[in-house]
Design a protein around this ligand. Structure first.
Ligand code: ZN
Length: 318
């Protein structure tokens, strides 16, 4: 245990050393960030956040609320209308199986060059794609699912099954819905189909419920028809992986009704968001979000009529 005397003795020693210390040498700038990985334990389960990269989003992508209110929500958290937004995936190692929750954007360059790093960051975490037993998708948008495939369209995870809510799989596979969709929505269908195709023979289309020991999928539609969150439970501890329930921690906590440009049905998405925010704020539950600043862990707390986000501390030990 440190006390004041220890600190004073330490300070004296440090200043004496500085007098005779070596001259500071110049060093080259690193000019690159460290690997995007961060681990924490949920009971006996190890969860590793894996950074795919950063997408250059902005306040103009949020809708359904006056622009001034959106700007005010951002300013209250020290943010501007430029919103570099994290894309995170998560490895859940239960001890028996290694699951990847969402897979990043892969080779798709729709959001620029600073994404597509799931495989490199898995490697930095000591995880080979062949070790992944299953990829559980919160939904099949490109930034969650295209990392399933390589640049040439083959399966990046040779031994993985894919687990996806049946409503999500059915929606993107529906030729009728695709043919009636507006032109700008067509690439979303093409992306989902391309990502899922190599896994067709090893895809588990599920309803809400337990998909593996300790892992429960819960339907939270609106962003997409089958959008789901995943509850990880071990012993007395829980983590909720909330996928795209929240696209910005300042806007969506202050204005949970705000829509997001890629919401299929903004009103249904808002209803899911409020239901989940109510649950996690009542329970004080630890959550992790795909688009919450890396590593994405934290809590949503009640604040007046709305909510606020509190990032979790770094997990110093496991
Ligand atoms: Zn997303």
């Amino acid at each position: 245990m440190l006390n004041r005397r220890h600190l004073l003795v330490g300070a004296t020693a440090a200043s004496a050393f500085a007098t005779f210390g070596p001259a500071l040498a110049k060093a080259p700038l690193a000019s690159a960030q460290v690997a995007g990985i961060h681990r924490r334990k949920i009971g006996a389960i190890e969860v590793t956040a894996i950074l795919d990269g950063v997408a250059p989003l902005g306040a103009q992508l949020f809708s359904g609320k006056p622009a001034a209110d959106i700007k005010a929500a951002l300013e209250a958290q020290g943010m501007t209308e430029s919103l570099p937004t994290s894309v995170n995936a998560f490895v859940v190692n239960t001890g028996d199986k290694t699951w990847l929750i969402d897979a990043g954007i892969g080779a798709n360059q729709a959001f620029g060059p600073n994404l597509g790093r799931v495989e490199a960051n898995l490697k930095a975490a000591g995880i080979d794609p062949a070790q992944i037993d299953g990829v559980i998708l919160t939904h099949a948008h490109a930034d969650h699912a295209e990392g399933l495939i390589t640049a040439t369209g083959s399966a990046r995870f040779p031994n993985a099954e894919v687990i996806i809510h049946e409503a999500e799989a059915a929606f993107w596979a529906d030729d009728g819905i695709m043919s009636r969709a507006p032109a700008e929505a067509k690439p979303f269908f093409e992306s989902a189909r391309k990502s899922l195709a190599p896994y067709a023979a090893r895809t588990r289309k599920v309803k809400a419920g337990e998909v593996a020991p300790g892992l429960v999928l819960e339907h939270a539609p609106g962003h997409t028809p089958g959008h789901s969150v995943l509850r990880v439970t071990s012993g007395s501890e829980q983590l909720l992986l909330i996928g795209d329930i929240m696209h910005n921690t300042a806007i969506h906590t202050a204005l949970p009704d705000a829509g997001f440009a890629f919401d299929g049905d903004p009103a249904v998405a808002a209803a899911s968001r409020k239901r989940i925010f109510d649950m996690i704020s009542t329970d004080g539950m630890l959550v992790a979000g795909t688009h919450v600043g890396f590593p994405g862990f934290g809590r949503v707390l009640k604040s007046g009529q709305a909510y606020r986000w509190v990032a979790a501390e770094w997990a110093y030990t496991l």
